[in-house]
Design a protein around this ligand. Structure first.
Ligand SMILES: Nc1nc(O)c(N)c(N[C@@H]2O[C@H](COP(=O)(O)O)[C@@H](O)[C@H]2O)n1
Length: 156
């Protein structure tokens, strides 16, 4: 059975990047994966000045709105690195928070799909033909955590 998720307040909302499960990356705390992901778009770009504003955004929706502003200059390698940036942040999220790690592990081997009606890259889009990269990342993170757990105890 495929598990669909999208908004943070819906079933399996903890799989959304908009869920309030903070991460530390290189000594900096980010309130959601979405804050971190949107900020990474501008690392090294001429619009890097926006990064502290994304970091300080009160909500992930606000962070996403700042990061999605089409007049700003994205880092040049963004399309090359964005999937890896997202995977590292999502892995960090599920290594950090034991409660949602359990939710993820309990999905067994089920397919996970971000049921976004508009996003055909991270989600499945309105007609379910999207690439679902976020769902694929969650599945690979689930597998990586299983391997880590079989080797050692995770220290939060
Ligand atoms: N608008 C919106 N609301 C949500 O609640 C979402 N979970 C998403 N999806 C996420 O949006 C991010 C992609 O942003 P860009 O289009 O690359 O700026 C990514 O985190 C999706 O999972 N969108």
């Amino acid at each position: 059975m495929t598990i669909y998720f999208y908004k943070a307040w819906q079933p399996y909302g903890c799989f959304s990047n908009f869920s309030f499960h903070g991460i530390h990356v290189q000594g900096i705390y980010w309130p959601t994966v979405e804050h971190y992901y949107q900020a990474q778009k501008f690392v090294g770009s001429t619009d890097a000045v926006i990064i502290p504003f994304i970091h300080a955004a009160a909500t992930p929706e606000e962070a996403a709105a700042l990061g999605r502003c089409s007049s700003r200059q994205l880092r040049r390698d963004w399309d090359l690195v964005k999937t890896q940036v997202m995977r590292e942040a999502v892995l960090k999220k599920f290594l950090t928070h034991a409660d949602i790690r359990e939710v993820l592990l309990k999905t067994g081997d089920e397919m996970l799909v971000e049921n976004s009606p508009t996003d055909y890259f991270w989600g499945c889009g309105a007609n379910k033909t999207g690439q679902n990269h976020l769902g694929k990342i969650l599945i690979s993170v689930r597998e990586e955590i299983r391997k880590l757990l079989s080797l050692t105890v995770i220290h939060e």
